[in-house]
Design a binder for this molecule. Structure first.
Ligand code: LLP
Length: 421
């Protein structure tokens, strides 16, 4: 459920007409709903009620300071994957003890930054990384809390580009080697083993792959404890999918996911961490764009928008589907027609949808891409020197620009000219 609904013939973001925001900030722009963000975060938090837990929002999904502050105020921890994300989390007021650091390629500099600034745990993904972290920790005279990310070799049944839990993926260490790697970790004086980490992929629409992975983690917990390791925390990653269309089967709910966690791991008495990104922010954001032209092509009609692949890369990159709806509510029973919905960038891949059935929309009309809050703004670029588009946060009847659109001058000034030119 989200808070982008038609009211009086207009799409609203909470209590603000989307057209009013478009008038004020210009198109295209991202618009997030505080109520939806809050609701989705709480669903996870409540799903784990009764179990000691921390919901570490995977901020790679949307990392604007205002979004982080909104979630931090609800008690969220953060899952970060770079020094930049760590700095953003700290700048938003998240204490180090609520930040977990994931990622296959943490640099020594990033390790130092997090050890000095405070960190809950590093999710380490390889032996070379373990050795590097041990060295950095000893250099600083501290111990680094770690969980080892294990790769359970489970098929997440999602898009190949976002599946991470099969043995052929670059992530984690094979679960079969876990005992050996934990023994190595225990022998490193700069490291303190606190738990196990697993993440099998993103946009999962079934619980079964989670169940398979978590059962393996449960078994491994027993084995490692018998080996003498103090496994007191389990980080279960993110990955629960969202409905991108109204029609397809809805993915499992956070409550069902929470129940699965309790069923598979509850008996171990471990503190549970989860790292949801998409489900927290995905349906809490829309991308609003204006139709520049409607063009008749050979056997098809194009809607050319002022948003493009540089603003929302998911359709081009993953063939992802985003519902596109007119901001002005279509008349009941309005006839639909098929359109190829495209952006102005000079590539055929700059196509948001082919043959999409849409109610009448024409030049100057506003449209909204739904479910664009996660992996939208954060994956945008300035390709074709199209400025990064603004982000807006709505809270009941108020809205605020939380990231400004840069001017052309600002963009150009970021380049520097060598003295020989
Ligand atoms: N934890 C780890 C270690 C991850 O790698 C990810 C996502 C998450 C948590 C959060 O997963 P979520 O709950 O959001 O599914 N750009 C792609 C998605 C990439 C996901 C990468 N890792 C997309 O637009 O679909």
């Amino acid at each position: 459920m989200d808070h982008f609904l038609y009211r009086n013939g207009q799409l609203f973001a909470e209590d603000v007409p989307v057209a009013e925001i478009a008038e004020a900030v210009g198109t295209p722009f991202y618009c997030y709903s505080t109520a939806t963000l809050t609701r989705h975060f709480r669903l996870f938090d409540e799903a784990l009620e009764g179990t000691e837990h921390l919901v570490c929002y995977a901020m790679k999904a949307a990392s604007n300071q205002a979004i982080l502050k909104t979630l931090a105020a609800l008690g969220a921890g953060m899952d970060v994957v770079s020094g930049g994300e760590y700095a953003r989390a700290r700048a938003a007021g998240v204490p180090g003890e609520r930040i977990v650091f994931s990622g296959v390629g943490k640099t020594r500099e990033e390790m130092r930054q997090a050890l000095e600034g405070g960190i809950r745990q590093f999710n380490v993904e390889s032996e070379p990384e373990m050795a590097a972290l041990n060295a950095v920790a000893l250099e600083l005279g501290v111990t680094a809390p770690i969980a080892v990310r294990v790769n359970p070799d489970v098929d997440a049944k999602t898009h190949a580009k976002i599946a991470t839990g099969k043995s052929e993926n670059k992530f984690g260490i094979p679960i079969a080697r876990a005992r050996e790697v934990y023994a190595e970790a225990a022998a490193m004086p700069g490291l303190e083993v606190v738990g196990i980490d697993v993440h099998i992929g993103s946009q999962l629409t079934e619980l079964e792959p989670f169940r398979l992975a978590y059962e393996k983690v449960a078994e491994l917990t027993g084995v490692l404890r018998r080996d003498g390791h103090d496994i007191r925390r389990l980080d279960l990653g993110g990955g629960l999918g969202i409905p991108y269309t109204r029609s397809n089967d809805a993915p499992p709910l956070p409550t069902e996911y929470g129940q699965l966690i309790k069923d598979t791991l509850g008996h171990l008495g471990c503190e549970i961490e989860i790292e949801p990104g998409r489900l927290v922010v995905g349906n809490a954001g829309i991308l609003v764009s204006r139709v520049i032209y409607r063009k008749s092509g050979e056997g098809r009609d194009f809607l050319i928008l002022d948003a493009a692949m540089n603003d929302l890369i998911r359709p081009a990159m993953y063939d992802a589907h985003h519902d596109i709806v007119p901001v002005q509510e279509p008349a009941p029973g309005a006839e639909q027609a098929p359109y190829d919905v495209v952006g102005p960038v000079c590539e055929s891949g700059d196509t948001f949808a082919r043959g999409r059935m849409l109610p009448p929309v024409g030049e100057g009309d506003l449209v909204a891409f739904r479910s664009a809050g996660a992996y939208g703004a954060v994956m945008s670029s300035e390709y074709n020197t199209r400025p990064l588009i603004p982000e807006v946060l709505v809270h009941e009847h108020q809205f605020a620009v939380i990231r400004q659109r840069p001017t052309f001058d600002e963009i150009i000034k970021r380049d520097t000219i060598p003295e020989w030119l």
